[in-house]
Write a protein that binds this ligand. Structure first.
Ligand SMILES: NC(=O)c1ccc[n+]([C@@H]2O[C@H](COP(=O)([O-])OP(=O)(O)OC[C@H]3O[C@@H](n4cnc5c(N)ncnc54)[C@H](OP(=O)(O)O)[C@@H]3O)[C@@H](O)[C@H]2O)c1
Length: 263
């Protein structure tokens, strides 16, 4: 349940237009739903039009219809295409949520150039190029908010066999700060949310293994793993005027995993 949206009868994003990558499921879909409930009109980005349409059908509001943008984010021209399509369909973009991403568990000595290039293109090149283009557009309209989905892994902690994923997510934190510095004077804010283990397809292997889930849960001060709605709440905070004096920040939304040592 989304506490912010449930508890308020105001719609803090009324009249705002948001682009959400990774909008076909998981954290991106949950963020899109919450932004829509907060009043935003949303454009969903993912590879498969049918999957995007299925999520679109669950979004509240959306006068004028939900925009779906099927595109493979590893394609070189994807950032340009997304901005052109979103601006063409929505008129303007005020919020960008970079939620699309994937993991990689290949041992560092066995990584191929192909898999390294593909993951960097998806997890880091896209938030950078799309973020830059979105920021320039937002600046020309008086400002906006970009929210990147980073990760506790790579940003704060490292685990074995995740060197490539860690590199991309550490990079996401770096571009969050860099774009915040570049576009702050134009009233474009750039922040990142860092989930730990969150119940989505990406982490399905953990949630379907009771022993692993129990072991990990014991490391979380709040005694549970994450839900996509937990991350969506933080996205809404960064997307809305509630965070109007906050930029360049990375917020771990992780039940205390990073900051505590639970015995
Ligand atoms: N779940 C976790 O435990 C966790 C923890 C820390 C950080 N994160 C981060 O949270 C973000 C969202 O992950 P999630 O957990 O929601 O994962 P998910 O359920 O697997 O969703 C991944 C999303 O990325 C999209 N995507 C993947 N490859 C794409 C490509 N080449 N082009 C376009 N879209 C693509 C997928 O869309 P299609 O497949 O439909 O194209 C899907 O919407 C990621 O950046 C991830 O690194 C997740």
């Amino acid at each position: 349940m989304n506490q912010i949206a449930e508890g308020l009868d105001i719609r803090p994003l009324e009249g705002r237009h948001a682009v959400v990558t990774g909008g076909s499921r998981g954290i991106g879909a949950s963020a899109a739903r919450l932004l829509a409930r907060a009043g935003a009109r949303v454009a969903l980005v993912g590879r498969n039009e049918e999957t995007l349409q299925a999520v679109a059908a669950t979004l509240p509001g959306q006068e004028g219809g939900v925009v779906v943008i099927p595109v493979d984010l590893t394609a070189p021209d994807s950032a340009q295409w997304i901005m052109e399509t979103a601006i063409g369909q929505l008129g303007r973009v005020d919020i960008l949520v970079n939620a699309a991403g994937a993991e990689n568990f290949t041992a560092s000595h066995e990584l191929t150039v192909k898999e390294a290039d593909e993951l960097w293109a998806l997890n880091l090149r896209t938030p950078l190029l799309l973020g830059g283009r979105a920021a320039a557009h937002m600046a020309s309209n008086g400002g906006g908010s970009i929210v990147n989905i980073s990760s506790d892994i790579g940003s704060e902690r490292s685990i074995s066999h995740q060197s490539l994923y860690s590199a991309t997510k550490g990079g996401v934190d770096a571009i969050t700060r860099a774009l915040a510095a570049e576009w702050g004077s134009d009233n474009v804010r750039v922040n990142a949310v860092r989930p730990a283990v969150t119940r989505t397809l990406m982490s399905a292997a953990i949630f379907t293994d009771p022993q692993m889930a129990k072991t990990l849960t014991a490391q979380y001060a709040l005694g549970r793993l994450g839900e996509p709605e937990d991350i969506a709440e933080a996205v809404l905070y960064f997307a809305s005027a509630a965070s109007s004096f906050v930029t360049g920040q990375t917020l771990s939304v992780d039940g205390g995993w990073i900051s505590t040592l639970v015995h």
